[in-house]
Design a protein around this ligand. Structure first.
Ligand code: HEB
Ligand code: HEB
Length: 447
């Protein structure tokens, strides 16, 4: 198959976003985990939690740096790769794009103060208070940028005259109807992924070096956060699906292979399509789609047959959707099982199978985030701005886009490797036990 410039443009953007979203997710989630750990440390007067906050902050700073580079690459690319999109929608989405940079500075300033004021306050809660603007700044980044994506899916805040957006109202564009459900789902899934990452690191260290108090406390704390946010992610996913059923029925129908509008629609899980577009080998859950979409087992769910063929999203999104949901329920089950075992007074931290599953949970959660974005973005096809601009109208026609793809690919490979090397150095050469001993020593010396 020949890849045309439109396809290359999509590949460049997809590559950049898939890479950025890894660091963006870390950037959004880890501040909350730092804040929780420091708070628990002060409450319990337990220096293990304080050390967690310190160590996580160091790792966080490095991933923020990569997030800024890839984020800037995106901003550049929007202008380079999608010139017609920026020309048409630039004045509508300029506000949130600008605000994201503002949110970033807000976050960076307080992060800087936070980093250099450990042990400087007589009241430790004052230092902890500095985490609040960092957490909020990171969440605001996610809010603003997700609202841009919301706008592309559910355009609002303008009049459409002679192929142009006029009478633009940026606030209305930002608070389009898709924004609330999307922001809820993006934030919940980011926090869930951050908790899965830190729990996995603790579990990994126990598997390799045996149980330490430090790792055990980190594991329990993060499994608790994981349980909470995998539940909230599922809840938000449900809200998102209900939103789609009402406002973008073709996206939900494509995910569910729901071809005909009908009442009491079944939920289709996995399976495949034969040459006649008939569903084979799938799990049918009777009336469940109607219930999920409208909280009513007999509600009517709009099918793909209401949309012309060239406005239907690719049917492949079915697998992306099912896999994302699969990830969600797996992690929810793992974290619930963890606490069930704890309640039964089992020493979970000694259960090597449980620990292995938790380690595996981190890549799984990141996969969930990628799958979610791929579903949201491929499910919007053929539209760049749903109902107003198609992807092929928005793309550049310059053939040098191919070169751009490989330039950015190289950049990300370099960045990814550098980040991994630096993080390894930072933590391997400075294990938590050693740091705890040093801290204890310093305290003794001070007496
Ligand atoms: Fe982002 C960063 C853009 C998506 C989150 N970002 C960034 C930057 C930029 C961007 C430009 C940098 C800033 C400065 O430098 O100041 N993004 C962007 C775009 C997009 C995005 C254009 C698409 C459209 N993001 C995103 C998402 C998220 C985010 C989706 C979430 C979820 N970011 C973020 C963060 C940050 C960024 C958080 C910061 C850094 C860190 O890491 O922290
Ligand atoms: Fe998700 C997306 C649902 C899980 C991540 N999600 C999405 C959508 C839906 C859903 C409907 C679309 C939206 C729009 O487009 O607007 N989910 C869901 C459900 C579930 C889920 C139902 C189950 C529980 N997710 C999940 C997980 C994760 C996720 C687990 C991770 C980890 N998602 C996601 C993302 C996205 C999505 C990131 C993109 C963004 C938005 O929101 O859109």
């Amino acid at each position: 198959m020949m890849i045309d410039t439109v396809m290359w443009s999509r590949l460049v953007t997809g590559l950049t976003l898939s890479f950025h979203v890894i660091f963006a997710t870390i950037g959004v989630a880890i501040p909350l985990m730092i804040s929780i750990a420091e708070f628990v440390g002060i409450r319990k007067k337990d220096s293990h939690y304080t050390l967690m906050a310190k160590r996580w902050t160091r790792g966080f700073v490095i991933s923020v740096a990569v997030g800024v580079v890839t984020g800037t690459a995106i901003a550049l690319q929007l202008a380079l790769v999608w010139p017609n999109f920026m020309q048409m929608a630039g004045n509508v989405i300029a506000l949130p794009l600008f605000m994201e940079v503002f949110a970033f500075f807000f976050e960076a300033i307080f992060l800087g103060i936070y980093l250099y004021t450990w042990d400087r306050f007589r009241n430790p809660y004052l230092h902890w208070l500095l985490t609040v603007p960092v957490v909020l700044g990171a969440a605001m980044s996610a809010f603003f940028i997700t609202s841009v994506n919301g706008f592309m899916n559910q355009p609002a805040g303008f009049l459409f005259e002679a192929g142009q957006f006029t009478a633009v109202n940026p606030l209305q564009a930002m608070f389009n109807e898709a924004t609330p459900s999307k922001v809820f789902h993006v934030l919940a899934s980011a926090y869930m992924t951050g908790a899965a990452l830190l729990a996995a690191i603790a579990a990994f260290s126990i598997l390799k070096k045996g149980v330490t108090d430090y790792a055990k406390k980190g594991l329990k704390l993060m499994m608790g956060v994981l349980l909470l946010f995998s539940f909230l992610t599922a809840l938000a996913g449900d809200v998102s699906a209900k939103f789609l059923a009402e406002h973008q029925p073709e996206k939900l129908a494509a995910a569910e292979w729901h071809f005909k509008t009908e009442q009491g629609a079944d939920l289709i899980f996995l399976g495949w399509l034969n040459a006649e577009r008939e569903i084979m080998g799938a799990l049918h859950i009777p009336n469940a789609l109607s219930f999920l979409a409208f909280s009513d087992f007999n509600a009517e769910v709009t099918g793909l047959d209401e949309f012309p063929l060239d406005e239907q999203p690719p049917l492949l999104v079915h697998y992306l959707f099912d896999a994302m949901v699969g990830v969600g329920f797996t992690l929810l089950a793992v974290s619930a099982l963890f606490f069930l075992l704890l309640l039964l007074k089992k020493r979970v931290e000694l259960n090597r199978w449980m620990l292995r599953v938790i380690v595996f949970g981190a890549p799984l959660a990141f996969l969930g985030v990628e799958l979610g974005w791929f579903y949201a973005e491929i499910g919007r096809q053929p539209w760049m701005i749903r109902g107003y601009m198609r992807v092929e109208e928005a793309a550049t026609t310059s053939p040098s886009i191919v070169i751009l793809f490989f330039v950015f690919l190289t950049l990300y490979i370099l960045l990814g490797t550098m980040c991994a090397v630096v993080l390894r150095r930072l933590f391997r050469d400075n294990p938590a036990e050693v740091e705890l001993e040093k801290a204890a020593q310093a305290q003794q010396d001070a007496l």
